[in-house]
Write a protein that binds this ligand. Structure first.
Ligand code: ADP
Ligand code: MG
Length: 703
């Protein structure tokens, strides 16, 4: 049936629906309400103060606007009482739409009226409905009206929330009465039974038109399970394909000698966790399966050293390694760390390994030289940014790749890097602790190694929350610490949309600190608008103790390693995410002295205060990440909302973490037992997969 025949649609609106991808009844199955608005009686209004609701009643009076900027006022009676509904911006024409003694459905927010005992409804939308036919009467009986996202094309044709709800309602009426075949079950009966999930048919009806909240939740859960389950199916297929079907490099050479030389280059013991993950990585590298592993570890847990060890294994087998970082500053830092280490290693082992540095914007002559070193295999270790995967870079024999802070890279970049080599083993490193549910989702096709232990001599950073007014004391404390020879970071937030203003305020504050607060001390500044070599110079001066205080925007977030810097003051701390604060704080507490982090807050509301207090209570990155995700939601948390990776309609990674773990178990077991989904009981899943995951079909080898 053409959707133009649906009640309330017609030719013109059908065109608009087409433009947003709704061309047939089937397409309505995929829409999910953004929210639900409760149908209430006017008498109950006080119980719904500040809620959005719908009410249905008769227009008793329409009061025209007293002046230009005043609202017209509708008085609606539903048999239990009367409520005033002011409508702003309504023209005279509009006021004529409302006919006395006719019935309308109104959608709005209950607000305080002109006296404390009276309420009014802040208008959002209305729909004229007389309840003349069976379908209208049914619609009017719904306890919740679903509200859907209204996209551009629909807006242009004045399709408003209530009208859209009614169109969807009539679409479902047709579906359930005449075309119920178009709702296809997407899960096996045994999975549904074992998870106690309702049928797809029931779930779709109830997600749109629930009779009560628990029904809505069970329906949501069923749909959420589908989303998570099919995501994990893809993960399971990918993982299986990587494991079984492509042969990788086997890095066979003995590592006894390597280990001996390695420990000669460091003046401390590796932590137990470092040793364990090095072994996990080594086992992967030795086997001819392609390694695809995530190395997770809190800031300062010693991941870089693990990475160097792994690159040395590759080098001992005469393969090159690429180490790709998300920013130039970080690439620089790693380049220095790795070069210093390799220099020592060359001395103790008699090798002649070389480290190359490749970023954008290097002079042509230099760049050509670096390209050549890479092509001829003169450089065994290549550290850099995205520049590492550019067309022009040819590797002699890339066997191992490390990607730092992968969440800033896409899957595509990873694939590109792989194309450069002989199916290199890949190690993804992340300093941001990720709650398990998230890592299973974003990195679900990777094996995971975790460094869950800090080097012994580390003292946890002491963290305090201070108000703007208490800054004087903070300055006094800082001066004392500087007298003891310590150094200090001052960090100012830089948030994209107001970057210019923020930068201005950071610069002003820099002047104040320099001229008024610390006139006798050396104060420097670094920010993201500087060229990389300027930043490098500032950082080097700070490292060489030519400055006591470094004022910075968030460019120091990752990678900077200056053990003598023991105090970090974070201004306007409430503007940062918790995980970001944790990253920043990781820049202090890197030496053996006690370090401090002082969060300065401005006009804190309860939530901001609670968030910042979590920072004061714990230095455990995983706990902080969980709390952050709980407060902000996973999309915000990882900035992944737009990326499509976490584009769920029903699932919520925080609330549904148990569900995710179960979905994952079931999916992995299923792919393990029936990798091509040939068993009769899996036909439902096979068909759904074929219909909905065309891009991933190659994974099943059935395309
Ligand atoms: P991450 O990359 O995980 O943030 P790094 O590898 O930069 O951590 O290590 C932080 C600092 O700790 C470096 O100065 C490093 O040399 C040092 N370090 C690493 N492992 C150990 C260890 N086992 N014992 C003591 N210090 C260590
Ligand atoms: Mg291998």
């Amino acid at each position: 049936m053409d959707i133009k025949y649906l009640k309330g649609v017609g030719e013109k609106r059908a065109e608009a629906f087409k433009k947003i991808g709704i061309t047939s009844l089937e397409d309505f199955i995929r829409v999910i309400p953004r929210l639900y608005v409760k149908r209430v009686n006017i008498r109950e209004e006080r119980n719904h103060y500040a809620d959005v609701v719908v009410i249905y009643g008769k227009v008793m009076d329409v009061e025209p606007a007293a002046k230009m900027n005043q609202p017209i006022k509708i008085f609606l009676n539903d048999g239990t009482g009367t409520i005033e509904i002011p409508i702003f911006g309504a023209t005279e024409f509009r006021s004529k739409q409302f006919r006395l003694h006719e019935n309308y459905l109104f959608y709005g927010k209950v607000a305080e009226g002109w006296s404390s005992t009276k309420y009014k409804l802040d208008y959002k939308d209305h729909l004229k409905l007389e309840g003349k036919d069976e379908l209208e009467r049914k619609f009017l009986k719904l306890p919740f009206i679903p509200v859907y996202q209204i996209q551009g094309e629909l807006k242009k044709l004045f399709i408003k929330p209530l009208l859209l709800a009614r169109i969807v309602h009539s679409a479902f009426s047709v579906i359930y009465h005449q075309r119920s075949d178009i709702i296809k079950e997407t899960l096996n009966e045994n999975i549904r039974d074992s998870m106690n999930l309702m049928s797809k048919r029931e779930a779709i009806a109830k997600i749109n038109f629930p009779m009560n909240e628990s029904e809505r939740e069970t329906a949501r859960k069923r749909n959420a399970f589908d989303e998570l389950f099919y995501l994990e199916m893809i993960m399971a297929f990918k993982k299986r394909m990587i494991k079984n079907e492509t042969k990788g490099i086997s890095f066979k050479s003995e590592i006894k000698k390597l280990s001996e030389n390695f420990v000669k280059c460091i003046d401390f013991e590796l932590t137990g966790a470092q040793k364990r993950v090095i072994n996990e990585i080594y086992q992967d590298m030795k086997s001819d399966n392609v390694m695809n592993r995530l190395l997770q570890g809190d800031v300062g847990s010693g991941k870089t050293l693990v990475a160097i060890y792994a690159m040395l294994i590759a080098a001992e087998n005469e393969y090159q390694s690429a180490f790709m970082c998300p920013t130039e500053l970080l690439a620089e830092q790693h380049f220095h760390t790795i070069s210093d280490f390799i220099e020592k290693f060359n001395q103790v082992s008699g090798k002649d390994y070389k480290v190359a540095f490749l970023v954008g914007g290097q002079k042509k002559r230099l760049r050509e030289q670096i390209y050549q070193d890479i092509r001829l295999g003169k450089a065994q270790f290549i550290v850099g940014t995205h520049a590492l995967i550019q067309e022009a870079v040819e590797y002699k024999n890339l066997g191992f790749a490390i990607i730092d802070e992968q969440h800033k890279f896409g899957v595509l970049q990873r694939a590109k890097l792989k194309e450069k080599g002989l199916n290199p083993d890949v190690l993804v490193m992340t300093a941001t602790p990720i709650p398990r549910t998230l890592s299973l989702t974003i990195y679900g096709d990777l094996d995971v190694s975790v460094i869950d232990e800090m080097p012994l001599h580390r003292k946890p950073v002491k963290t305090f929350l201070r108000e703007e007014a208490e800054k004087k004391n903070v300055y006094g404390f800082i001066k004392d610490e500087i007298k003891k020879g310590r150094q200090v970071y001052f960090v100012y937030p830089l948030i994209e949309e107001s970057e210019k203003m923020d930068l201005k305020s950071a610069e002003e504050n820099y002047q104040i600190l320099k001229k008024r607060v610390f006139p006798d001390l050396q104060v420097g500044m670094i920010h993201g608008r500087m060229f990389w070599y300027e930043k490098d110079e500032v950082m080097r001066d700070f490292k060489d103790k030519k400055m006591n205080v470094l004022v910075s925007t968030t460019v120091i977030e990752v990678g900077i390693d200056i053990p003598n810097a023991t105090i970090m003051v974070i201004e306007d701390a409430q503007r940062f995410g918790l995980s970001q604060l944790h990253q920043l704080r990781g820049r202090v507490g890197r030496g053996s002295e006690q370090s401090y982090c002082i969060l300065v807050g401005k006009n804190l509301d309860d939530i901001s205060k609670r968030r910042l207090e979590i920072m004061c209570e714990t230095t455990d990155g995983f706990k902080i990440a969980e709390a952050d995700m709980e407060i902000r939601g996973p999309g915000e948390f990882y900035g992944l909302r737009q990326s499509g990776e976490l584009n769920f309609q029903a699932a919520d990674l925080y609330r549904d973490r148990e569900l995710l773990l179960k979905a994952r178990d079931i999916a992995f077991k299923l792919v393990d037992e029936d990798p091509q989904l040939r068993k009769p009981e899996n036909q439902i899943i096979r068909n759904y997969f074929i219909a909905n995951y065309k891009d991933s079909l190659y994974l099943m080898k059935i395309a």
